[in-house]
Design a protein around this ligand. Structure first.
Ligand code: DHB
Ligand code: FE
Length: 324
């Protein structure tokens, strides 16, 4: 059985990729940002996942505005870095996990999420920048020869109105959790949510950053996703800029982790280009001890209260502390 062992959400600003590719990571402008990603690199290397399900948005690169799927999954064996105007980034080809990707499509579609299946597509900064900053090495973020794990790309439309709601994204995440659990092979899976945080790239409000709003979003991601699920599209646009809507993709990651998750790390740095660069790492709450016994008790309605009372929801028991 495959397992989701962690979730990570990060900004995907293209200039971060350019700073790595052009050897600028140690410049004073960039260094604080890259320093903040070193613990994420260490966390991911320690987990050593077999597959990352990488939730991202295509920026009118693979799909253009002729075809705009709301949710799509890359089922191919590999995905080349896209040419976004300056030639493809000098990063490894992304290797897919076709069998898991097809299983996700089947499970999600039978679970009533209508997924577009993509056999071939280039992947833009929305996918390659998150891989670079979490799989690069050290504060220079040196690009590896090959990405350390397979990647299932899950693209979400947040470019053309109407994007999916936060609630729909969260529910899709929960369905991904169920789908991964029902996969036959014993794989370790990490889910990435990408994009955000507050940013607006154009018009009178270009450069808008909302630190307070972003901080509340980070605060609530692990323990109060119920609030985040209900944030309407207009609040994202008003409070976090036109492109802040990318944060709905973080809710897919959050939903995939299950009801209880704990924060193990975060980093927030302003600015990276026009964006408030956010990073957060969550882990699913450890499986409760005595689960079989608890399940038997749960089947008897009168003992339910007793089981819940012993172990309150959201109780963290891990050793690692959040760094804030
Ligand atoms: C920037 C941020 C993005 O999320 C993006 O897709 C493109 C540009 C930026 O801040 O420059
Ligand atoms: Fe973007």
């Amino acid at each position: 059985m495959a397992r989701i062992v962690g979730g990570l959400a990060t900004t995907h600003v293209p200039a971060i990729g350019a700073a790595i590719d052009l050897g600028k990571t140690q410049e004073p402008y960039w260094r604080p940002l890259f320093d903040g990603y070193v613990p994420a690199q260490e966390w991911l290397a320690a987990i050593d996942p077999d597959v990352v399900v990488l939730v991202y948005n295509d920026h009118a690169t693979a799909f253009s505005l002729e075809i705009i799927p709301t949710f799509s999954i890359g089922v191919g064996d590999e995905f080349p870095p896209a040419d976004e105007g300056w030639g493809p980034r000098p990063v490894p080809v992304v290797k897919g996990h076709s069998e898991l990707a097809w299983h996700l499509c089947e499970s999600l579609i039978l679970d009533e999420f209508d997924i577009t299946m993509i056999n071939a597509m280039p992947v833009d900064h929305g996918l390659t920048v998150p891989l670079s900053i979490t799989c690069g090495k050290g504060s220079t973020c040196a690009t590896p020869q090959a990405w350390p794990c397979k990647v299932v790309p899950l693209a979400v439309n947040v470019v053309q109105y109407p994007p999916p709601t936060g609630n729909r994204c969260y529910e899709l995440g929960r369905a991904i959790g169920r789908a991964v659990k029902s996969y036959h092979e014993d794989l370790k899976v990490v889910v990435f949510g990408t994009g955000g945080m507050s940013h607006q790239l154009h018009g009178e409000r270009a450069g808008l950053i909302n630190r307070e709003w972003d901080t509340r979003f980070l605060d609530d991601l692990a323990r109060n996703p119920e609030r985040l699920k209900r944030i309407p599209f207009l609040e994202y646009v008003r409070e976090t800029g036109a492109e802040g809507i990318e944060m709905v993709m973080w809710l897919i990651m959050r939903g995939a982790l299950g009801d209880n998750a704990r924060e193990v790390y975060r980093h927030y740095h302003v600015p990276a280009s026009n964006t408030a660069a956010g990073l957060i790492i969550l882990e699913p709450a450890p499986a409760k001890r005595g689960t079989a016994k608890a399940a038997r008790r749960k089947a008897r309605p009168r003992s339910r209260g007793a089981v819940r009372a012993k172990r309150p929801r959201g109780q963290a028991s891990g050793k690692r502390k959040s760094r804030r």
